[in-house]
Design a protein around this ligand. Structure first.
Ligand code: SF4
Length: 293
């Protein structure tokens, strides 16, 4: 029987919020992958995005502000067989959680990090968040933003994420496919999702994005995949992804920028120091015993 990944809890995001598109895309991805609901866990921090695990019919944890990645890392290390989805906003993951965001890239633990990117702290009335342009003044600010902006893709590539992509919450068809590929990726994946917050951000609206986004995959020569360590194009593909990640303004690329399948995930590297770690992780066995499997 096909599992219903949406539970019956009422979703209380504001009308028109991009979060709906992300939630739907995650549910469609899990459904189309026909995933065993016991094989996937969602972890969130604080923010409007933090509510996402409440709406998914899988195990989930709503943790502390900025701490979704370290919590999810513990889940993954306790049971490397699990697929672990991290849901966080740009304030959560790139503000207070920025150090953890970078550490995840360096480790390549294998988390699927879904960044709800709306440039504001929506849950606390629309303060400027780390992806807001300097000089931008949304209706929720009393004066223009005086902070510099973080580019999540460039940061992820620099930190070592082996899968880096960008989606748009109102293009669920593309976003669902990106999420499916990211879940199947062994290493750490970042999906930056452009997500309008109509309640507080009246600049980066759905219409604003619709005029600008285009798909990398429409260029048939675009190939982000590095499947072999001997790929002679590997360095060129990384540099091309990096240059593309800098494109912003009248045209904003979406799709998979970088997909390097050759970097061993952290759990495999750990296996070299902890004999049989991947075969019978002690924590995993304790959990299975406690659950009566
Ligand atoms: Fe969505 Fe913004 Fe409302 Fe939060 S405040 S639910 S991000 S529209």
């Amino acid at each position: 029987m096909v599992h219903n990944f949406k539970n019956d809890i009422t979703v209380d995001w504001c009308p028109g919020c991009g979060d709906f598109g992300i939630l739907t895309s995650v549910i469609q991805a899990l459904t189309e992958l026909d995933m065993d609901p016991k094989s996937v866990v969602s972890v969130s921090g604080i923010g409007c995005s933090g509510k996402t695990p409440h709406y998914l019919n899988i195990a989930g944890v709503h943790t502390l502000h900025g701490r979704a990645i370290p919590y999810a890392t513990g889940v993954k290390l306790a049971n490397p067989d699990l697929k672990v989805l991290v849901m966080g906003g740009d304030g959560d993951l790139l503000g207070i959680g920025a150090g953890h965001f970078v550490a995840e890239g360096r480790r390549n633990t294998g988390l699927t990090v879904i960044l709800f990117d709306n440039a504001v702290y929506g849950l606390t009335k629309g303060q400027a968040a780390p992806t807001m342009e300097m000089g931008e003044k949304t209706k929720s600010l009393t004066r223009a933003n005086i902070f510099g902006k973080i580019n999540p893709l460039t940061l992820a590539l620099s930190a070592g994420y082996s899968f880096v992509a960008r989606g748009f919450s109102f293009d669920m068809k593309q976003l669902k496919e990106i999420i499916k590929t990211a879940i199947n990726h062994e290493g750490s994946a970042l999906i930056d999702v452009l997500q309008p917050c109509p309640t507080y951000n009246n600049i980066n609206t759905m219409e604003w994005y619709r005029k600008r986004v285009y798909k990398l995959e429409d260029d048939k020569s675009w190939d982000p995949v590095i499947a072999s360590p001997d790929d002679p194009e590997a360095q060129a593909k990384f540099e091309r992804a990096y240059r593309k990640s800098l494109e912003w303004g009248d045209r904003i690329p979406t799709g998979i920028f970088y997909d390097n399948r050759t970097i061993p995930p952290f759990t495999k590297r750990l296996n070299e120091f902890v004999p049989n770690y991947l075969e019978v992780p002690p924590a995993k066995q304790r959990i299975l015993d406690a659950e009566g499997y």
